[in-house]
Structures are given as C-alpha cells and as structure tokens.
Design a protein around this ligand. Sequence first.
Ligand code: PLP
Length: 391
Amino acid sequence: MTRRPLAWIDEELQTLDQLELRRRLRTHAGPQTAEIAIDGQSLINFGGNDYLGLAADPRIAAAATAAIQTEGWGSGASPLVTGHGQSHAALEAAVAQLEGAEAALLFSSGFAANVGAITALASKGDVIFSDAKNHASIIDGVRLSGARPQIYQHLDIDHLEKLIAQAAPFRRRLIVTDSLFSMDGDFAPLVELTELAAQYDAMLLVDEAHATGVFGEQGRGVCEQLGVEDQVDVRVGTFSKALGGHGGFVVGSQSLIDWLLNRARSYIFSTAAPMASAAAMVTALQIVRDEPQRRQLLLERATKLRNDLRSQGWQVGGESQIIPIRLGEPEPTMQASLRLREQGLFVPGIRPPSVPSGESLLRISLSFAHTVEHLEQLVSALDQLRDQRRI
Ligand SMILES: *Cc1c(COP(=O)(O)O)cnc(C)c1O
C-alpha cells in the first residue's frame, strides 16, 4: 500500500466545501485602490483595510524608492544583530511622536506585535483577561504566554469585573482588548477598562489596529478619542491598515520598550522589515498628521452610509468605517457576496472561524478613496438584492 499520511487533509477540505467554509485565494492585479482588478474582473473594493486611501499614494511609493536607492532592499538580519537601519530608527521616533509616547518598537506585523508583547508581559502564574471577540493574534499571544486565560463576554464590563475580582491569587493581571473590533466595527469601553485596571492593579494592553490613523484628533486612535492614553500601559498598532503599508508597532514607556526588546520573541528572532518599508511609513505618518480631512471625511461618509442602509431596513452594526451587515448563516452570506460581485462590487462575506457560528456577515470596509458614486452603487446593489429576495 502506498503511504498517504496526509490523506485526511483532503477529507477535511471536502467537509469545508460542503459547509461553505472553504477559503480560496484571490489574486489582484495592479495597485490596491477603491477599484481593484480581482481574477481579471474590475470591482469596487469594499474589502480592503486601506481606510485612508494611502496604499497606492505616490508620495509613499517615492519615499520607498528613495530609501531603496540609499539603503538597499533587504535588512539582512534581526534588529538586535545588524538589521536595525536608520529608517527603522526614524520610524520609531515618528511613531512615538505621533502617538505622544515615550518610545516605540517596530514589529514585522501587527500579529507579531501582539504575540510578542503579550508573551513578554505575562507567563505562568499570571492571568490574562481577554474580550471574547479579540483578534486572532491576541488569542494566540494569550495561549502562547502560559498565563491563565480568562475570556470575558464581548464588551461586558460586569463580567470582566466578576472575573478580575477573583484573581487576587495570581502574580500579575493583564487586560487585553481591541479598541475597534475588526468584524463588528464597535468599540471597547476603554474608560471603564482603565478604571478597572487601576482598581485591580492590572496592566492594560489596547490594540488599535483598525483605529490608528482614523480616530482621535491627531489620528492616534480610540484611546486618544476617549482621552485615556495616559492610563493605557501598552498600545499596539499596525501600519497595514489605515497607513496603507506593512508592519506593526508597540508604544509605551521607555522601560516597556526596553523590556520588549529583551523578551518579545517575535521581535528578537525575526528579520527586520526592509528599510524602505519603514521609510515609506514615515511618509504615511506625515500624511496622517498633515491631512486630517482624510479621516474626517471617511467617518462622515461612514455615518451617512450606515444611516442610508438602516433606513432601507438593513440590520447594520458598528460605529466606524467598518460596517457589518449581519446575515447569520455562511451560505446566504457567501451567496450575497457572490451576487454583489456579479454587480461589480467586492464585499467579502465573513464566516466562521473569523466570526462565531450564526454571526456570518457582509463586511463593508470604507476608504477615503471611495467616491460618493461608489457608495451610491453599493446602496442600490444591496437594495436590488433584497428586492429580488436574494438575501
Ligand atoms: C489586522 C489586525 C492585527 C494584525 O495586524 P497585521 O499588521 O495585519 O499583522 C492585529 N490586531 C487587530 C485587531 C487586527 O485587526
């Protein structure tokens, strides 16, 4: 008999197919903008996270190109060996300045930032309190840390307080949350979380991945918007969403950053990003600082779109540029996504395991790059779908 030790994978994939849960890769051609060519079809793009329309900004591309000329492409090593270049240092300074923090540390992704920070802050003998809808990278960081996980119900401060009140025997306590949740588009109760953290002597880590560049007067995120930055010990962000690039970061006190530099394994044992990638993000941060109208207009349009959809009877969630339409089961959700695609609109269907079972949704992701006409087309395509009873 031939040895087929991976045969089980084909069976599992078939099961995924039957459940409408199998994912497939799409390939887009050209730059990431409001209109995108996917598998040869031109579509209005409501699936990206390029909230400020910076992914294809020529100023950022020029900064990257110039850096390649002076610093080359590859970084050659992990940061603590010889990988930390001048552009990395400049970006850390720029991030710390924009964020109003003492210091910043770059990671190769937001995922790596969460895993590295959480595992460096808590271990066996500690306890981590994590919102049930936190991002996968937080969940994995919690699991890897060896600390006791305590999952509180989404946004449920009372539940968290019950759990934390029983946590005195643990050595250290860490509360971890997204600030803006990536699928529901809703906000963590950060004011209450900072109060609980103070009352129970817990560390507080807030992941601003979807909020950096979008919320707050200076575009620092929801912590700034709610005026709690000084009470949040660890802030995580990413360059990969509103900043249109790639890579993650942590900001906080100098001693926090020094500790992560010594203990965050996803930082220590991973090659630094290309210098040009860092140089590009210095320019992106300048744009965030100099062009606040991008975030203002984005949020105004998001409010209008939510209101338009609600007045047409859609069950629309969120309070941000992430606008979910909850449809429940994977099958109708993926069908709706397909029908919209036939109309020239890319609106991804989100299903388990990205969301809990029964909570599949269409996730509309708005960008400053969308035109008013793009939004009108979306509203009318959704309306048509419903009239045809296809949702
Ligand atoms: C996208 C995301 C991350 C990961 O960031 P990447 O830079 O894409 O790795 C982390 N946390 C949250 C909440 C996210 O949405």
